[in-house]
Design a binder for this molecule. Structure first.
Ligand code: ZN
Length: 243
């Protein structure tokens, strides 16, 4: 099965549409959470995602904040402002959809979470030391995570660590066989690796071959929608730089 793996859409509909077009053909979609927050089109993103084929979709921390399930003061002031704005525009149908998303899912050899297998909604796997601590919490060979917006693969080398960190390779597909891996596809809607292009991955679940992909989208169009919505200027500016 050819699976499109996406994460951290953050209400950036234009980036999401670019990814869905660029990734074709795919038979299934796995979305690792944070459909909303930061960006200007939360309802539209929820509507597009919920209609994707053979969808597995997780809840992220921003989704939970918009639902009121996470105290908003735990976010920085820009994120806080974007969550408040999102709450003011969300339809009841969008909220109901987010409310019933799971924190964890799996498919064959793959575990899916937003943050980490240890703390599925909250924890950021920001380095190989945090990754290493998380391997004991994974019962499948592979675990897909989002949340940090950084495309990266962590590979367990010895059970007592340390693990390897592999930067995303866009040129060569990565065969996943015979390893314990934590894999992040990067962010569709707000990349943070100094590359403004939307990040995603394609996965063949029969051959376990993972392919990182980037696609450019009309960043200025998303920025102009954010300005119309009076979202924080810092959140608008960062999209052009990928930070
Ligand atoms: Zn996010």
């Amino acid at each position: 099965m050819r699976v499109l793996v996406i994460s951290d859409l953050h209400a950036n509909l234009i980036a999401l549409e670019a990814v869905l077009k660029d990734a074709k053909p795919y038979e299934a979609v796995w979305c690792l959470g944070d459909l909303v927050g930061y960006g200007p089109n939360p309802n539209e993103c929820v509507e597009v995602v919920r209609n994707l084929p053979q969808l597995k979709c997780l809840v992220g921390n921003h989704d939970k904040a918009v639902l009121g399930e996470i105290p908003i003061h735990t976010f920085n002031s820009d994120a806080h402002a974007s969550i408040s704005w999102t709450q003011s525009v969300m339809t009841e149908a969008s909220l109901v959809y987010l409310r019933y998303l799971p924190e964890r899912d799996s498919f064959g050899e793959y575990t899916l979470v937003h943050g980490s297998p240890r703390l599925p909604v909250w924890e950021y796997i920001l380095d190989r030391f945090i990754a290493q601590e998380n391997f004991p919490f994974i019962t499948t060979p592979y675990c897909l995570v989002g949340h940090t917006h950084m495309p990266v693969i962590y590979k367990e080398v010895y059970p007592d660590g340390p693990c390897h960190e592999e930067p995303a390779d866009y040129e060569h597909p990565r065969r996943l066989n015979n390893a314990h891996l934590i894999i992040n596809p990067g962010s569709v809607g707000q990349p943070r690796d100094s590359n403004p292009d939307a990040s995603y991955a394609l996965l063949d679940t029969e051959t376990n071959i993972w392919q990182y992909r980037r696609v450019s989208y009309d960043v200025m169009a998303t920025q102009s929608r954010m300005r119309t919505a009076e979202l924080p200027e810092r959140l608008i500016a960062r999209l052009a730089y990928g930070w």
